[in-house]
Write a protein that binds this ligand. Structure first.
Ligand SMILES: C[S@@+](CC[C@H](N)C(=O)[O-])C[C@H]1O[C@@H](n2cnc3c(N)ncnc32)[C@H](O)[C@@H]1O
Length: 283
């Protein structure tokens, strides 16, 4: 004879266990995502950083703010766009630098991350800093996204920004999506203003490094104009052909300001940046 009440009690207990498990898994996942974003950004600079600092004397070339000012020609009253802003770790470096009418706009495909960053001090204490969610599909970051990246129209008018950057974002996107994002970046940039974007660039040197077997990632799978390591989630890390990138910039009226700064990510010695960095000016 089945003890119905014991069965019911067991089911209730298991349901509760399932709920608790999901909750703790969600919390753990959120923490790991934050940790990952933090690990992928450089250390935030001190709060005392301000527009009066002489940026030309800074020697820490890994500092985003230094790079944006020195290479991107960013100025305190500029309108700045951060594509794929994540938790706002790079934005944190700009709070002491950008002053109204200077302003910052960041968007990202992860709704939970944008919701969180809007509640953090960077989202509440600086009215000229704004973060928004873009419901763009990315298999790793936003599998429920309703718009394909190669169709997403940035929610800004033409010629809005003085400086656009995307740090560690195009390393998670496919060439056709990057092509479209470059067109959008060119559209929202003012003529004569710059963008600074990072990549894992696939060129002869990288191929040599891969073939020499010194890299942890081997980018063993090949797609059109890109290589990747994770068969199920290519978006985990994509290396894109430098020749394709150069042609795409030219097509969208973005003139690359040489030199391309090749990064240390693939074991290159003496690099001043982590990922490969391209600065370009809108013609
Ligand atoms: C490695 S994180 C870097 C975050 C931030 N840029 C930083 O350096 O701290 C990559 C970010 O790109 C975002 N992302 C991926 N695909 C995107 C897309 N199509 N448009 C905008 N953001 C995207 C992800 O959600 C994620 O926050």
């Amino acid at each position: 004879m089945v003890d119905k009440s014991a069965l019911k009690a067991a089911i209730t207990e298991l349901r509760q266990l399932q709920k608790d498990f999901h909750k703790s898994l969600r919390t753990r996942l959120d923490r790991l995502e934050e940790e990952l974003d933090g690990a992928l950004s450089d250390e935030p600079v001190a709060d005392t950083v301000g527009p009066s600092h002489d940026w030309t004397e800074r020697s820490d070339h890994r500092d985003h703010l230094y790079q944006f000012v020195a290479y991107g020609d960013m100025r305190p009253i500029h309108a700045v766009l951060d594509v794929g802003c994540g938790m706002g770790h790079v934005a944190e470096q700009l709070t002491g630098y950008l002053v109204p009418p200077g302003r910052y706009e960041g968007f990202d495909v992860r709704a939970n991350v944008i919701a969180k960053v809007q509640k953090r001090p960077i989202g509440t204490r600086y009215p000229h800093f704004r973060f928004r969610h873009a419901n763009v599909y990315n298999k790793r970051y936003n599998p429920e996204g309703s718009v394909q990246a190669n169709e997403y129209v940035f929610p800004y008018d033409d010629g809005t920004f003085d400086f656009v950057f995307a740090y560690s974002v195009f390393t998670h996107m496919f060439p056709s999506d990057i092509d479209h994002y470059l067109a959008e970046i060119s559209r929202v940039l003012k003529p004569g203003r710059r963008c600074l974007l990072t990549y894992f660039l696939l060129n002869e040197e990288l191929t040599r490094l891969i073939d020499a077997g010194i890299m942890r990632k081997t980018f063993r799978f090949h797609g059109e104009h890109y290589r990747y390591d994770n068969e199920e989630f290519p978006e985990n890390a994509l290396a894109i052909e430098e020749s394709f990138v150069r042609q795409t910039y030219a097509r969208h009226g973005l003139k690359i300001l040489e030199p391309v700064r090749y990064g240390s990510w693939c074991g290159r010695a003496g690099a001043e940046t982590r990922q490969d960095m391209i600065v370009a000016v809108k013609e």
